[in-house]
Design a protein around this ligand. Structure first.
Ligand code: NAP
Length: 306
């Protein structure tokens, strides 16, 4: 059995960190939770919600004596944060992160990690379009994948311990290498977000023409896009800036498919459209069968607390 952590430092107190703290409480973990965020406003809000045992003003103070340090800030802020905390990390501690892009985080954070401290990057495939310390909830990670980036050099005990921690938070844990992670996520998350942003942008232009009709008669397809496009602008800016190659690769393929569908519509190729939509429907069934969503008409979102 892996030893549980005694003190967990959460740096950044938004959706992910606050959900981790709630899930730790739910799991009955006895670890002291020390939190910090960049702004005094966020720290005060987090103190009001009360999911940390202690809130301190700086990351340096937060990591002192912690045996697990979680970097839960936007991907673009990870490198500078790692540099700041490095001299204050306890020997034997594990540093992990929850960033949505992995190659960039590995490149920016690893050089700062001192000898004797374990760095095991991670990414919970769980989230909502909400942010900040009030948006977290204990069930966020339930039955969702948490991907850990590990290789032969990763300390097996540190890895087992982190795996056990995330399992206790409700997640299913798997391993992946950073490049593969970024390509998979470009397909399943990053490109879809960009498409949603684009579609909502198009509708916004239309709205000027059709005088509120887009909003008033907003149908399920468009409403789903607006939910995704309401996601945090800082987080998503950083995702695209730091997962450039994989996202551009997938968007190139997307454009080709779009042209093929456009052509089928223009030429009246109903067979092509029907076959295409039959294939995509099977993918949806596969996701439901894998337990990663429900087939409720609202995509199972009513079970997700806001
Ligand atoms: P969030 O709710 O927006 O919270 C972000 C936190 O980071 C805030 O406490 C913020 O502090 C702090 N922060 C922002 N910019 C910073 C900077 N330049 N330096 C230091 N701290 C900074 O974000 P989140 O949704 O929890 O996301 C955190 C991480 O999890 C991101 O890397 C994201 O990619 C990843 N992630 C998010 C989701 C999701 O659906 N949201 C899912 C999986 C992974 P202030 O409030 O004081 O500015």
């Amino acid at each position: 059995m892996s030893a549980p952590y005694a003190r967990v430092a959460l740096i950044g107190l938004g959706l992910i960190a606050s959900s981790m703290a709630h899930a730790m409480r739910r799991a009955g973990m006895t670890a002291e939770i020390v939190g910090t965020a960049r702004s005094a406003g966020t720290r005060a809000e987090a103190a009001e919600v009360g999911f940390c045992d202690r809130i301190v003003d700086t990351p340096e103070e937060a990591v002192a004596g912690a045996d697990l340090v979680v970097l839960a800030v936007p991907v673009g802020a990870m490198g500078a944060l790692a540099e700041r905390i490095a001299p204050h990390l306890a020997p034997g501690a594990t540093v992990t992160d929850v960033g949505s892009v992995k190659r960039h985080v590995v490149a920016e954070v690893s050089p700062h990690i001192p000898e004797g401290v374990h760095f095991i990057p991670g990414h919970p495939l769980a989230g909502t379009e909400h942010s900040g310390p009030r948006s977290g909830f204990a069930e966020l990670f339930d039955n969702r994948w948490h991907l850990l980036i590990a290789d032969e050099a990763t300390d097996p005990q540190a890895l087992d311990r982190l795996r056990a921690y995330w399992t206790d938070l409700g997640a299913l844990v798997d391993m992946m290498d950073a490049d593969h992670h970024d390509l998979v996520l470009a397909v399943t998350s990053h490109a879809p977000h960009l498409i949603a942003y684009t579609m909502v942008g198009v509708a916004d232009d239309m709205r000027r023409v059709t005088d509120q009709e887009v909003i008033q008669y907003s149908a399920a397809g468009f409403r789903d896009f607006t939910r995704i496009a309401a996601s945090d602008p800082t987080m998503w800016r950083d995702v695209f800036l730091t997962n450039k190659d994989a996202t551009l690769e997938i968007l190139g393929r997307f454009t080709e498919e779009l042209f093929a569908l456009q052509r089928a519509i223009r030429t009246g190729d109903g067979e092509m459209l029907f076959d295409y939509f039959t294939r995509t429907r099977a993918i949806r069934r596969g996701i439901i069968q894998a337990g990663q969503d429900t087939d409720a008409p609202d995509f199972g979102r009513t079970k997700t607390k806001r």
